[in-house]
Design a protein around this ligand. Structure first.
Ligand SMILES: Cc1cc2nc3c(=O)[nH]c(=O)nc-3n(C[C@H](O)[C@H](O)[C@H](O)COP(=O)(O)OP(=O)(O)OC[C@H]3O[C@@H](n4cnc5c(N)ncnc54)[C@H](O)[C@@H]3O)c2cc1C
Length: 410
């Protein structure tokens, strides 16, 4: 069991992008963290792909998802710079991301977004097909958005770098499965299946993806798993493309001789092993991105990896204090989010869906600010938009339709 409880002491369950980001941000503020994961190291769940994509995704109406993703993108780059400056083992390549238009209509929308948003040239611009071909060094079919500051990220290396940044303050408990959590005498306890206490602390953070729902106090969180399979393609160093290219999917540059192409998106599909049919789907996407690239590849020969994205119904993450669902009287007049009863010391950072690489650094910072009551890094409307209590607001479930359509890219 961990050492004596102090006020600035937290348990984090889950050592993926969510848990490692929260741990890093609290440890930076002088907190001691008990980090628990049933895997034998960080970044082995959804956060264990070889590489994923870092880029914002603007929208014409600059909606909440677009604003959160832009803020996350900017925050992530600053965080990556800080980790790199501190010689932490983050692996990422700021190669730029070319997000090709799906068709002519989409190209027009992309151009309208750029015209409406007036982004700085080094943030985003629209490139015509010829320039897209030059950037990709491939005869791509259309023009599209060019994000010069985007790139690929090895997410497990980001988890490791987060933890190494404050190694002295973060106590890892790997190969430990939390079967039960409870609160006694002001302390949360994480226990294994034998009932033994793995750690106890006044604050507990659920960063264990969809498994958070297994704990009765968090069973009301509407988390679902979206299975995603990435295909690993052989790729010689220096071969084209040397940037990330997206078009209803993505392909990365060759990293250590492997290009990642993907990804599939299947709700509530629990198959953990890669499937040939999913490789075929990824090869079809690859051909849409880079015409002809897939012609010499056979699905049968490909390796790959499967991960399960923790997804929320409105596609926004869940960051903040867990509501006390049992204390909400269904017959009482509706109360605003700020007045929703919360479970003392219990927080969640979850529901990153297909955007964990882009959101995690900002999410960790927001959670640390909420816990320590520091000024928040986001505007109130975005803080409310990601509040995990939002799902218990009366009438909301009727309003939010469960959109199960695949996201663009990851
Ligand atoms: C195929 C695929 C492609 C993607 N591409 C991109 C992309 O291009 N760009 C992007 O931004 N994002 C991408 N993502 C999304 C991103 O990877 C996820 O949003 C992110 O990894 C989720 O992180 P997490 O920490 O919430 O979950 P996880 O990484 O799954 O971490 C949860 C951890 O909790 C642990 N755990 C669970 N239950 C328990 C328990 N009871 N006790 C102890 N430990 C427990 C697990 O072992 C696991 O390590 C992609 C995801 C997938 C699957």
């Amino acid at each position: 069991m961990a050492g004596p409880a102090s006020r600035r002491h937290a348990i984090v369950i889950g050592a993926g992008l969510a848990g490692s980001s929260a741990a890093e941000r609290l440890a930076a503020r002088g907190w001691t963290i008990e980090l628990i994961d049933h895997a034998d190291g960080p970044g082995q769940g959804a956060s264990g792909n070889l590489a994923g994509v870092l880029r914002p995704l603007p929208s014409l109406d600059d909606n909440r998802l677009a604003r959160l993703t832009r803020a996350g993108f900017e925050h992530a780059r600053r965080h990556f710079d800080a980790l790199t400056a501190a010689a932490q083992p983050l692996r990422w390549g700021q190669t730029g991301v070319l997000h090709l238009a799906r068709d002519e209509t989409h190209a027009t929308t992309q151009q309208r977004v750029v015209a409406a948003r007036h982004p700085a040239n080094d943030e985003l611009r629209f490139v015509e097909r010829d320039q897209a071909r030059e950037l990709a060094a491939w005869p791509v079919a259309t023009g599209g958005w060019w994000f010069p500051g985007g790139g690929w990220v090895d997410p497990a290396s980001l988890c490791r770098a987060n933890l190494a940044h404050h190694a002295a303050a973060i106590r890892p408990h790997y190969r430990c499965q939390v079967a039960r959590i409870d609160r006694q005498a002001g302390l949360w306890r994480a226990c294994n299946a034998a009932g033994e206490v793995i750690a106890e602390a006044p604050v507990l953070i659920l960063a264990n993806a969809t498994a958070a729902r297994n704990f009765p106090v968090a069973a009301h969180l509407p988390l679902r798993a979206a299975r995603g399979q990435v295909s690993h393609l052989p790729g010689e160093a220096g071969s084209a493309p040397q940037i990330v290219v997206c078009r209803l999917g993505y392909v990365t540059p060759a990293i250590d001789g492997v290009r990642c192409a993907g990804a599939t998106f299947g709700i509530d599909d629990g198959e953990p092993a890669p499937r040939e049919s999913d490789h075929l789907e990824n090869l079809a996407k690859l051909d849409f991105i880079l015409p002809g690239y897939a012609s010499k590849l056979r699905a049968l020969d490909l390796a790959g990896r499967v991960g399960f994205r923790p997804l929320s119904p409105d596609r926004l993450p869940m960051i903040g204090a867990v509501a006390d669902a049992a204390a909400i009287d269904a017959n009482a007049p509706s109360r605003p989010l700020a007045e929703m009863p919360r479970l003392p010391g219990l927080y969640v950072i979850n529901g990153f869906g297909a955007r964990g690489i882009v959101w995690s650094a900002l999410a960790g910072e927001l959670l640390a600010c909420l816990i320590t009551e520091a000024p928040l890094p986001l505007t109130d409307d975005l803080v409310h938009a990601v509040d995990p209590g939002r799902f218990l607001l009366r009438g909301r479930n009727k309003r939010v339709r469960d959109r199960a359509s695949p996201p663009v890219g990851g």
